[in-house]
Design a protein around this ligand. Structure first.
Ligand SMILES: Cc1ncc(COP(=O)(O)O)c(C=O)c1O
Length: 412
């Protein structure tokens, strides 16, 4: 065929845009490939329009664009619905952080004039959102004592839309009677939402307890390696259209790379959680014997005030807990600060950091006075530990050195 009759060969710039995009080899690997995508391509306009309609109807696995989902994010959504909601009709959505998951579910269901009940021991930024943006949008919040149980009934009023739970609570680790609260809320037509990050689905089954929504900071145990941020909201099927609509309107989405890492993390979540539990308990038992320690706030200890509830509802404990220091040790505020700094700083193994749920151990004083109203903390200074996957003997030696430095700071 004469040269002029053939399609002209694509120019180098066109080849660069097209080469290598149409691989026809299919290889079966143990893990799914990572899809990085903004653009989703269709063969015909009719297919593109049908996909748009399916996304509008919140159909499973429908997508038109990276924000609506890619095979990698869909795989993670399916995995979360299966693991967190086992035995229940639920759907999962992904958000770029745990806090974004919390704020998105609240925005999805609340309207101006609504009233909500929030556990006094909820994660601090949840409270800041309720007092800030939700208050500005005309939603009123009442904080309740997390140990209230079925007594929540007395706080429900005509405009009450939902009860927010977190069990155990942040920093103070009160275990809630979630089934009792859910029973009352359901009878009164009120939704229940829980932050299940501490136990994760490995140790807790919030949908068996009766909740309508369970939020996880996947940043913590489910990614498990302190290298990404992500959150999820798992909701009962009837709430899905509202949640999906909020996710779409707010542009909430996550990258394929991060979704892949969370999928990888959940393959080992069970064994990691068991080890966090063992190590955490070894450190907690040792702390109980220290004279500088007033109390150890760990739900799996017999001394914990709601230990029986924890035993009834949870199948294990993660590596996050607090202890309070004996208040009589501290004569004045400046001295207290210096002593706590001496305890926390210069440790070999415990890092100072606000996060938790990774492989590594962390220590952080809890300054929660401004984050409590219904159940103020009245004990000694709080120190929160995340016990990681290191050998617990090394962690105990590290804390022992910390107490010695603290004693030195108190006596010098
Ligand atoms: C109990 C709890 N929920 C939610 C979050 C928020 O997760 P993220 O840091 O991914 O926003 C945190 C973070 O520390 C947390 O402790």
């Amino acid at each position: 065929m004469p040269m002029a009759d053939r399609d002209p060969a694509p120019a180098p710039a066109t080849r660069l845009a097209e080469a290598g995009r149409h691989l026809e080899v299919s290889v079966n690997t143990a893990n799914l490939p990572v899809h990085r995508a903004s653009t989703v391509l269709f063969d015909t306009l009719a297919q593109a329009e049908a996909a748009g309609e399916a996304v509008g109807k919140a159909e499973r696995h429908a997508t038109t664009y990276g924000t609506a989902g890619t095979p990698t994010t869909m795989a993670l959504m399916d995995a979360l619905a299966e693991v967190e909601g086992a035995g229940h009709e639920v759907r999962a959505a992904l958000m770029p952080s745990g806090l974004a998951a919390i704020t998105t579910v609240l925005l999805a269901v609340l309207e101006p004039g609504d009233h909500i009940l929030v556990a006094d021991s909820a994660y601090g930024p949840t409270r800041i959102f309720c007092d800030g943006m939700l208050a500005r949008l005309g939603v009123k919040t009442t904080y309740y004592d997390p140990t209230i149980g079925a007594g929540i009934d007395a706080l429900i009023r005509p405009g009450t839309k939902l009860v927010w739970l977190e069990s155990p609570g942040s920093y103070t680790f009160e275990v809630q009677d979630v089934p009792a609260i859910c029973t009352v809320a359901r009878e009164r037509g009120v939704l229940t939402m829980i932050d299940n990050t501490w136990a994760s689905p490995v140790f807790a089954r919030p949908f068996d307890w009766g909740v309508d929504v369970s939020v996880l900071a996947l940043t913590k145990y489910w990614s498990g390696h302190s290298d990404l941020l992500m959150g999820s909201a798992v909701v009962r099927e009837p709430l899905w259209p509202k949640l999906w609509s909020a996710v779409r309107q707010l542009g909430q989405c996550v990258s394929g790379d991060d979704a892949y890492l969370v999928l990888r993390g959940l393959r080992t979540a069970d064994v990691r959680m068991q080890r966090h539990q063992e190590n955490g308990l070894a450190v907690a038992h040792w702390l109980q014997r220290r004279e500088e320690v007033e109390s150890v706030l760990h739900p799996a200890l017999f001394s914990h005030p709601q230990h029986a509830l924890w035993r009834r509802d949870f199948s294990g404990a993660s590596g996050l807990f607090s202890f309070s220091l004996e208040p009589s040790l501290f004569a004045g505020d400046a001295r207290k600060r210096a002593a706590i700094a001496a305890l926390c700083e210069h440790r070999r193994h415990f890092g100072i950091g606000y996060s938790w749920g990774g492989f590594e151990s962390l220590i952080m004083p809890g300054r929660i006075e401004h984050l409590r109203s219904a159940r103020p903390w009245t004990g000694g200074p709080l120190i929160r530990l995340h016990v990681g996957l290191e050998n617990p003997d090394d962690l105990i030696a590290d804390l022992q050195a910390g107490f010695e430095t603290m004693q030195h700071a108190l006596t010098s």
